[in-house]
Write a protein that binds this ligand. Structure first.
Ligand code: ADP
Ligand code: MG
Ligand code: ZN
Length: 563
C-alpha cells in the first residue's frame, strides 16, 4: 500500500506543507509498511507529523501516548484545524468527565477517530484497556519516549507500563519519538518498549543558529542579566531558575528594574500561570522567568534568548531548554551562569534520595559541569554527548570558539590517568580514580583493591580539580570512554592506548573562574558594598514585608547609568 501513494500529495492535502522536513518521509514509509520505528529528532524537527499523517492514511485509530494534558489538547486542536470532522482526534485523560468520555468512545466506534491521545495513566486504566481491545488500532505512537528512561530529563514511571498494556490491548506497529538522543536513553527506550529491532531514524542535533556561552556566576548576576536584557530590548527570552522561590524573586527584581517579566512555575495558581504563559506567547511580556516546568511543547518560534540562572541538572535538560531559542532559525543566544558552588549545592540536595537515583543525578551533573568548564567548542561537546561527531575546527557561534581560553599541556597527567585506569582493570569511576591517584584509602577503594598498586598516590602533586579536568577533557577527546551499561566506569579507548604508547600534546583549560561564591548582596548604584550576608538577608526580608505597606519596590533598583 505504502509504495503506491504519493506521500507528498497527501502532505499537501492534509497539512498544506509542500515538502517533508528531514527524515519525515522515510519514517512515515517505514510505519506504513508496518515496521517498528524509532525517531530521534530535535525539538521543532516535526515529530508529530510522523504519526499524524500515517494515522490519516491507515485503517483504524492510532493511539498516541503523550505525557502532558496541555500538550495533548494543543495537538488535538491542531488536528481538528486540518479537518472538517471534530471527531478526527480526541484525547482521554483525567480532565474528562463521563459524558465527554462517552462521546469519545462513540466517535471511535463509529470509525471517525484517526488519532486518540492518551496519558499513560489513562492508558493503564482497566476500563480503557477493556474498551480499546474492541477497537481496530492502526499503530501505537509513544511521544516524548525519553520519559521511559531514568537517564532522560523527565522520567515518568508510568511510561514503563506502556509495553505490557500494549500487549494486552493488541498488537500493532509501534513508533517511539523523542528529542533525547543520548545513547543511554536510546538503549533504555528500545529495550523497555521491546523494539530493539526497530528501524532507527536519527537526525542531526546541531542547531547552527544557537549561540552558546557560559559565564561565571558571581554576586553580580542580577546586574549582568538586567544589562543583557536591556541590551536586547524588545526581544523575547526565557530565564530558567531551579527553585520556585528564585523564579518569583528574580521576576520581581526584573520588574523593579523596568523589565516586563513574569514568573512561571508549577506552584503558582493555574489561572495566573496560564495567563503569564499566554502573555508571553502573545508578546505582551518580553521575559518569562521560569522553572523547567515551562516550555515543554510550547512552540514560540522567536524566542531570542534562553538564560540559565542556575546550572542545569543535566546536559540533556540544558539542550532541551536552550533548544527553545531560535526555533524559526533566527538568532538564539543561550547564556548559562555557572559556579562550582551550585554544583555542590545540587549534590547536597540529592542526599537522602535512593542510591541509584543519586548516582544517576551526580553523573548527569558532572557532565554538565564538564561542559561548563571546558574550553572545547560548546557545539562539539553537546553533539558528542548525543553520540554525534562535529568535525568543524571552529563553529564560529560559541564563546569558546570566538574567545579561546588559555590552555596548559597535560600530556604527562593524562598518561598517569590512563595508567591508573589500566592498573585497576577499568573497574572504577572517575572520582575513585582520582582518590587512587591522591592516595586516599576510602572504604570503596579498600574493598576493591587486593594488591598493591603502583599508581596509588602517584598524583598527589595535583589538585582534584586538575585531575577532574584531565579526565573530563580526555573523555571528550576520546582517549577515555564510559561504560554505557555500567554507567560511569572509566575505560581506556584504543586511542587512549595509542596515546600511552606514543604520547602527544594534550591541553587542558586551567584558568577556572567558576569558584566565586554567590552571595546575593546587590548594591545600589552598581558599586559593591561589604555587608554581612546574615544581616543582608534579614534586611531583605524586612524590606519585603515593609514594601507592601510603604509601597516601595522590595528590591534594589540598579542606577548604573550604563544599564
Ligand atoms: P517536535 O515535536 O519535533 O518538537 P513538532 O511536531 O511540534 O516538532 O513540529 C514543529 C513545527 O514544524 C510545527 O509548527 C509543525 O507544524 C512544523 N512542521 C512539521 N512538519 C513540517 C513540514 N513538513 N513542513 C513545514 N512545517 C512542518
Ligand atoms: Mg513533539
Ligand atoms: Zn564552537
Amino acid at each position: 500500500m505504502a509504495g503506491k501513494i504519493n506521500l507528498t500529495d497527501e502532505l499537501k492535502k492534509y497539512f498544506g506543507f509542500d515538502k517533508f522536513k528531514g527524515n519525515q518521509e522515510a519514517i512515515i514509509h517505514n510505519l506504513l509498511d508496518g515496521g517498528d520505528t524509532f525517531v530521534l529528532m530535535p525539538t521543532g524537527g516535526g515529530k508529530s507529523l510522523c504519526y499524524q499523517l500515517p494515522s490519516l492514511l491507515m485503517e483504524g485509530t492510532a493511539i498516541v501516548i503523550s505525557p502532558l494534558i496541555a500538550l495533548m489538547k494543543n495537538q488535538v486542536d491542531a488536528m481538528r484545524n486540518f479537518s472538517e470532522e471534530d471527531g478526527i482526534a480526541h484525547f482521554i485523560n483525567s480532565s474528562l468527565n463521563k459524558g465527554a468520555i462517552d462521546q469519545v468512545r462513540s466517535d471511535i466506534l463509529a470509525g471517525k477517530t484517526k488519532l486518540l491521545y492518551v496519558a499513560p495513566e489513562s492508558l493503564t486504566k482497566e476500563e480503557n484497556v477493556e474498551f480499546l481491545r474492541s477497537v481496530k488500532i492502526s499503530f501505537y505512537a509513544v511521544d516524548e519516549a525519553h520519559c521511559i528512561s531514568e537517564w532522560g530529563h523527565d522520567f515518568r514511571p508510568e511510561y514503563r507500563r506502556i509495553r505490557p498494556i500494549i500487549n494486552e490491548i493488541g498488537k500493532a506497529p509501534l513508533i517511539a519519538l523523542t528529542a533525547t538522543a543520548t545513547p543511554k536513553v536510546q538503549h533504555d527506550i528500545q529495550k523497555n518498549l521491546g523494539m530493539v529491532d526497530a528501524q532507527v531514524f536519527k537526525s542531526s542535533f546541531n542547531r547552527p543558529n544557537l549561540y552558546y556561552e557560559v559565564r561565571a556566576k558571581t554576586s553580580n548576576i542580577d546586574r549582568d542579566i538586567i544589562k543583557f536584557i536591556k541590551n536586547n530590548s524588545e526581544k523575547s527570552g526565557i530565564i530558567y531558575c531551579l527553585s520556585r522561590k528564585k523564579v518569583e524573586e528574580l521576576a520581581e527584581i526584573l520588574q523593579a528594574n523596568g523589565i516586563n517579566a513574569r514568573p512561571y512555575h508549577a506552584g503558582m495558581d493555574s489561572v495566573t500561570r496560564t495567563k503569564n504563559q499566554d502573555d508571553f506567547l502573545m508578546e505582551k511580556v518580553e521575559v518569562i522567568v521560569a522553572t523547567i516546568a515551562f516550555g515543554m511543547g510550547i512552540d514560540k518560534p522567536d524566542v531570542r534568548f534562553v538564560i540559565h540562572y542556575d546550572i542545569p541538572k543535566s546536559l540533556e535538560g540544558y539542550y532541551q531548554e536552550t533548544g527553545r531559542a531560535g526555533r524559526d532559525g533566527g538568532e538564539g543566544q543561550c547564556i548559562t551562569f555557572y559556579t562550582n558552588k551550585d554544583l555542590q549545592k545540587l549534590e547536597k540536595f540529592m542526599q537522602g534520595k535512593p542510591v541509584a537515583e543519586q548516582e544517576i543525578g551526580k553523573q548527569l551533573l558532572l557532565e554538565t559541569a564538564a561542559y561548563a568548564e571546558s574550553s572545547v567548542c560548546r557545539r562539539k561537546t553537546l553533539l558528542h554527548y548525543f553520540g554525534e561527531e562535529y568535525t568543524e575546527e571552529n563553529c564560529g557561534n560559541c564563546d569558546n570558539c570566538l574567545n579561546p581560553k588559555k590552555q596548559v599541556e597535560a600530556q604527562e597527567l593524562l598518561c598517569t590517568v590512563i595508567e591508573a585506569i589500566i592498573a585497576v582493570k577499568e573497574n572504577f569511576k572517575a572520582d575513585y580514580i582520582i582518590d587512587i591517584l591522591q592516595g586516599k584509602e576510602t572504604s570503596e577503594i579498600q574493598a576493591h583493591l587486593h594488591e598493591d598498586l603502583e599508581v596509588f598516590g602517584s598524583g598527589m602533586g595535583e589538585e582534584d580539580k586538575t585531575w577532574n579536568a584531565v579526565i573530563r577533557q580526555a573523555l571528550i577527546a576520546g582517549y577515555l570512554s564510559k561504560d554505557v551499561e555500567n554507567y560511569g566506569l572509566l575505560k581506556v579507548t584504543e586511542e587512549g592506548h595509542k596515546f600511552l604508547k606514543k604520547p602527544k600534546s594534550f591541553k587542558i583549560t586551567e584558568d577556572n573562574d567558576f569558584e566565586e561564591t554567590e552571595e546575593e548582596v546587590p548594591a545600589r548604584g552598581g558599586g559593591s558594598c561589604a555587608v554581612d550576608p546574615a544581616l543582608y538577608s534579614m534586611l531583605k526580608d524586612l524590606r519585603k514585608k515593609l514594601s507592601k505597606k510603604l509601597e516601595v519596590p522590595p528590591y534594589v533598583i540598579f542606577q548604573d547609568p550604563s544599564l
